[in-house]
Design a protein. Structure first.
Length: 431
């Protein structure tokens, strides 16, 4: 099939390894930096939720509007972003994403100054729109930079540095943001310094702009797609005709929704008297272990995915997540805390495994498929508010059954749903 048009500014000869094959080390290193940055910024939502919940006296459902606005951007922006990346190329797509994300960070300054929750939600939506473009461009780019058989391993390795950002963010957020929350419950919200959000997000925005300038001066390789073996242009249809992709979209929806729902409520969960009765700042520090276990799992997963079936490893991790959640909600104290934090380890390779299983064999439809998959990140917008409603009307413990159901579906996808088939002219053809 015809290759996706790329602007000449991003076209460059790639480094060549001694054996004559292509080496993408510099490109992958650049992308790894971006994975770290958006992991860091996204994880700060887990700090924002308990902070703004106190500032604006919000219920769990109202506080989860943060997730609705942030991850809702993926639903609205991903498909247009996929078309944008297909038109302007991976590099320019990354640059656009960085600039838009920086603008979102800068808007935190007037939002905090006006002390208006709705402005925070707007700033988060713009920030998330930029990160959406970054995800749509970076995930498939990593997947196709090298041998197809190692795609899951490569993406998991770069995701490990995403988890490094997730690991560091709770500490930075706890020191800079949660430390401004009083330990007493009867303090008037209007007396709390909401300006604690202004300087950190100005700095984050400045870093994003700096990285965009550096990236603009780098030469990144252009990847030309070809049709999967045995398929012609007429056979391919559209990406959404592929069964394993559609089920993978549901898998991403379930995974992101479950991960965000858990991460967003760990601080409140550890604050429960029958769990650890921690202060918000103390619980924020413990949130680091949620990211740490994911980072360790992703480095390990990068090795395992190059040697074992991604589908089977995905199923094993999903079952492990379900068992850990059930253990946590049925116990108290440190057992309840550590078993929930250990779910981060089970999350470690899920996104990369689902993503690469879903785009396998799509050739020049990869950008369209990436847009569809990133749209499914809207699970992070829809599942947490439902989680919050269950917590408000039942209990926080019972609400964790919802992500457990999500992981159960992911386990099924790894074993059965990821098998490649294509629907064409009312028929089903094995890919």
């Amino acid at each position: 099939m015809a290759s996706i048009p790329q602007p000449t500014s991003t076209t460059a000869s790639v480094d060549t390894s001694p054996n004559g094959g292509k080496s993408y080390t510099s490109a992958l290193a650049s992308l790894t930096t971006l994975f770290f940055m958006w992991g860091f910024i996204t994880c700060l939502n887990d700090i924002l939720i308990p902070f703004l919940k106190v500032i604006f006296s919000l219920s769990y459902a109202q506080a989860n509007l943060i997730n609705l606005c942030f991850f809702g951007a993926y639903f609205l922006v991903s498909i247009p972003a996929g078309k944008l990346v297909a038109r302007v190329g991976y590099k320019n797509g990354l640059l656009i994403g960085l600039v838009v994300a920086a603008i979102g960070c800068f808007l935190f300054y007037p939002a905090a100054g006006s002390r208006a929750y709705v402005l925070f939600l707007g700033a988060l939506f713009i920030l998330a729109s930029g990160i959406t473009v970054l995800q749509v461009a970076a995930n498939p780019y990593v997947a196709i930079l090298g041998k197809p058989s190692l795609a899951s391993s490569r993406l998991t390795l770069t995701q490990a540095f995403n988890s490094l950002g997730v690991f560091i963010a709770p500490y930075i957020g706890s020191v800079l943001i949660l430390s401004h929350l009083p330990e007493l419950d009867n303090v008037a919200p209007e007396t709390i310094d909401i300006g604690a959000l202004q300087i950190p997000y100005l700095v984050f925005g400045g870093i994003l702009l700096f990285v965009s300038i550096v990236l603009s001066r780098l030469k990144l390789p252009v990847i030309e797609h070809s049709s999967p073996e045995g398929y012609t242009v007429a056979d391919m249809g559209r990406a959404w005709h592929r069964r394993h992709l559609v089920l993978g979209v549901l898998g991403i929806f379930a995974y992101v929704g479950a991960e965000v729902a858990i991460g967003s409520h760990i601080v409140n969960y550890l604050n429960l008297p029958d769990v650890m009765n921690m202060t918000p700042k103390e619980a924020g520090f413990m949130l680091m272990f949620y990211g740490l276990t994911a980072m360790i799992g992703r480095f390990l997963g990068a090795y395992l995915l190059g040697r074992f079936s991604p589908g089977r490893l995905l199923a094993i991790n999903a079952v492990g997540a379900v068992l850990l959640i059930l253990l946590s909600v049925s116990t108290t104290g440190e057992v309840a805390m550590w078993s929930l934090l250990a779910v981060g380890f089970m999350n470690s390779l899920m996104f990369s495994a689902i993503f690469t299983l879903a785009v396998a064999g799509l050739g020049s439809l990869t950008e369209e498929a990436s847009g569809l998959l990133c749209t499914a990140i809207v699970g992070g917008a829809l599942i947490p508010p439902l989680f919050g409603l269950i917590a408000d009307y039942q209990s926080l413990r019972l609400a964790f059954i919802l992500p457990a159901l999500c992981y159960a579906y992911i386990g099924w996808y790894g074993l059965r749903g990821s098998r490649q088939k294509v629907a064409h002219n009312a028929g089903v053809v094995t890919a």
